[in-house]
Write a protein that binds this ligand. Structure first.
Ligand code: PLP
Length: 348
């Protein structure tokens, strides 16, 4: 006999990208930023550590909320902070989707969404992207049991974006909230933040892991209308963000100069990666994120992943049943990307 809920026994569990412990890898598999964060972040952590770890942190991360509100032109009660944006995905799933109700997500996209539905005992409905990574009309269809829609924008693994006008249209048609996961949006040309004031069903999720180079810190936040935030707050752990991460995240978003410079470097290297991959005969999707999605018309890509790994270059091999496989390559430094391209040139 089992002590566990049937849903838990039945599910596989989410497997994060590899974090190798031994040896020197060029790590291009989990969309981390290749550069260290703003020095202001390190100073803020040191200061916070010196004064007050014996006390509980502020449960609502007020200093962060005020700073973020100023930056995004909303009031602080439009924002809720989370222990990474994954924490907020969990909170939203728990808050909106009752057992046996339906959560919709596009496919292929972030694999964690389905895991969250499974843990919740909810059903999930994957709707395939069109082959050009646009959303089919069915994605906006109403359905009785539908309680929440996740839309990663830019999407992973494609790096493609659904235009804001279309996101607004979706929210207007759908009977439930649409959580727009903007984990990669700082690398894109457009974002959906401005839509929040227009429709209470739109929730915007942001992460400090990628564009602010703080994946190790665990900090994300959601922007939505205050009546939505008020309910979400009831579901979160009381102290879901610790004192060090609140101080660090506040310093990070306060340094927009660092963000702009980092973004410019990543975008320049992304172009180099796209051009390089296409030169090698890959089909590489135009990317609005800090990674690219690559397939090859003639070669199976799994052996390429394995050969690269043997040479200590780690990219992400993804195989989506019913869709196909490919290599997702994170935009590293110029040097890292050149090494990866050079190695691939000798293999293909
Ligand atoms: C990386 C990623 C996240 C998680 O970000 P954290 O803030 O590190 O939890 C969320 N959504 C997508 C699509 C991601 O790729």
């Amino acid at each position: 006999m089992s002590y566990f809920r049937a849903e838990i026994e039945a599910m596989a569990g989410y497997v994060p990208g590899e974090q190798p412990h031994s040896g020197e890898f060029i790590k291009l598999n989990t969309n981390e930023n290749p550069y260290p964060p703003s020095p202001a972040v390190i100073r803020a952590i040191e200061e916070a550590a010196r004064d007050g770890l014996q006390k509980y942190p502020d449960p609502t991360a007020e200093v962060f909320r005020r700073k973020a509100a100023e930056l995004f032109g909303v009031e602080p009660n439009w924002i809720m902070a989370g222990n990474g944006s994954d924490d907020i995905l969990t909170i939203a799933t728990r808050a909106f989707v009752a057992e046996d109700r339906l959560l919709r997500l596009p496919y292929p996209s972030y694999i964690l969404y389905e895991t969250l539905a499974q843990i919740q005992g909810a059903r999930s409905e994957q709707i395939n992207f069109n082959t050009d990574w646009s959303l089919p009309e069915t994605f906006g269809r109403s359905s009785d049991d539908l309680r929440l829609v996740f839309l990663p924008n830019p999407n992973s693994p494609s790096g493609t974006i659904v235009p804001p006008e279309q996101v607004l249209e979706l929210a207007e048609r759908l009977p439930c909230p649409v959580l727009v996961d903007e984990a990669y949006v700082d690398f894109a040309d457009v974002n959906c933040l401005g839509l929040v004031a227009q429709n209470e069903k739109i929730l915007i999720l942001r992460s400090l892991s990628k564009s602010y180079a703080l994946a190790g810190l665990r900090f994300g936040f959601v922007v939505a209308q205050p009546q939505i935030i008020e309910q979400l707050v009831k579901v979160k752990d009381s102290y879901n963000c610790d004192m060090l991460s609140i101080a660090a995240a506040t310093a990070a978003i306060d340094d927009q100069k660092w963000l702009a410079e980092n973004r410019a470097k990543i975008l320049a290297t992304r172009e180099r990666l796209v051009v390089g991959m296409r030169d090698l005969g890959f089909v590489t999707v135009d990317s609005q994120a800090n990674f690219t999605w690559n397939t090859h018309p003639d070669l199976p890509v799994k052996p390429l992943y394995e050969r690269l790994k043997r040479d200590r270059i780690l990219v992400r091999y993804m195989d989506y049943p019913g869709w196909g496989d490919g290599l997702r390559i994170t935009v590293g430094t110029n040097q890292q990307i050149d090494a990866c391209l050079e190695r691939l040139r000798r293999i293909v």
